[in-house]
Write a protein that binds this ligand. Structure first.
Ligand code: KQY
Length: 363
């Protein structure tokens, strides 16, 4: 693995859309008891089911700490590849590499600097040094050369690509104090274009209400295919989420993408607000420096946080009547893929969902 002192754009690489063909999917095994309740046992069961669901479509690799290696091997299906890798938590979307490709099919990784969603300003845990090495380690295992961005903080969940020159993100996250306060919006936009091989950045203002990632874009919208966006939606005008949805819709409907297309926006209904129960809160260890999980806190529940696999969609079931609506909407939006729901409340309790715990590696 070489560290390349150039940029994807200069070298003719681009970030493909998630809907383009994958070589496989990466995940990281959950274990920290100050984020996952009951020593992460219920979360581990949910991760096993997500890995199983994705592995019917493409190979899955689970990165596991030395401490948990035997346990993970025991719980995971034998077709999941298990590799030992130190980590601070299990959000490979955010600490893993963003893969870029060129028109000869060469794949490289972008290794953004990671600071646990806001570093010492409003980060979610400390330290994060092992997470920050995950992207390089994955690229090393796969013999993929790497671009690094020293001093530039970014998580993979804060960007979406249409694979044809357009990147989607949110101001709430990328302009937050804990990421790159030394850079202007225009400078951040230039970094995205340079390292994702893109020509245009479309900025939503905010992500899902009360999202501890400072409003990652991957929890409020996704790209179905170039020109078509799926947007999380609520009709409840009393919900603080409503104004965010309306504001995002207006931005998307008034934009054109890099290719000059008007965007078609498909709405995906949100579940009713999901709150942490007393029992759930009581199962999480309290550690200074880690975001506490308090009874009654609203979780950033959204069906948009799904994974697009080769020939499949793996989406979160949240125990809400809208689970069925989500499945129907996904069937309509992705008629050529098999739609698979996985119970995901235990993942949501950790602060994200299926998209946040997965990272696709393009073919
Ligand atoms: O991408 C995400 N949604 C990650 C959330 C991290 C939560 C850490 N407690």
């Amino acid at each position: 693995m070489k560290i390349i002192d150039s940029s994807p754009k200069k070298d003719g690489f681009r970030m493909p859309g998630e809907f383009e063909p994958h070589a496989g999917c990466w995940m990281i095994w959950p274990e920290r008891p100050d984020n996952w309740r009951l020593g992460a046992k219920p979360a581990q069961d949910a991760f096993v089911e997500v890995a199983k669901a994705i592995s019917q479509f493409e190979p899955v690799t689970m990165c596991v700490s030395a401490r948990q290696y035997d346990n993970a091997l025991h719980l995971l299906s034998p077709d999941i590849r298990v590799v030992e890798m130190s980590n601070d938590d299990s959000w490979v979307r955010d600490c893993g590499p963003t893969f870029v490709i060129n028109d000869k099919g060469v794949v490289r990784g972008v290794d953004w600097e990671f600071n646990a969603w806001g570093g010492l300003v409003d980060g979610l845990y400390f330290p994060w040094d092992q997470d920050d090495k995950v992207a390089r380690k994955i690229c090393g295992i796969e013999h993929k050369d790497v671009y690094r961005t020293p001093g530039f903080i970014l998580e993979g969940g804060s960007i979406h690509s249409d694979g044809e020159g357009t990147i989607f993100t949110t101001e709430e996250c990328l302009l937050s104090e804990g990421r790159n306060p030394h850079l202007s919006k225009a400078e951040i936009e230039d970094m995205l274009k340079e390292y994702l091989g893109a020509g245009k950045v479309i900025w939503l203002k905010r992500g899902i209400y009360n999202d501890e990632t400072n409003g990652h874009v991957d929890n409020i919208m996704c790209v179905v295919k170039p020109g078509v966006i799926m947007l999380a939606w609520t009709e409840d005008k009393n919900d603080p989420q409503y104004d965010i949805c309306v504001e995002s819709l207006k931005i998307l409907e008034n934009e054109t993408d890099f290719k000059g297309r008007k965007l078609e926006v498909v709405k995906l209904m949100l579940p009713k607000p999901v709150l942490i129960t007393e029992e759930e809160s009581g199962g999480v260890d309290s550690i200074e420096g880690t975001l506490p999980r308090m009874e009654g806190d609203r979780l950033s529940a959204s069906y948009v946080n799904f994974y697009i696999a080769n020939g499949g969609i793996v989406f979160p079931l949240l125990g809400d009547p809208n689970d069925t609506l989500a499945e129907d909407a996904l069937k309509q939006a992705f008629p050529d893929r098999k739609i698979v729901g996985v119970p995901a409340r235990e993942i949501l309790l950790g602060g994200g969902n299926i998209h946040c715990i997965t990272q696709q590696q393009p073919k």
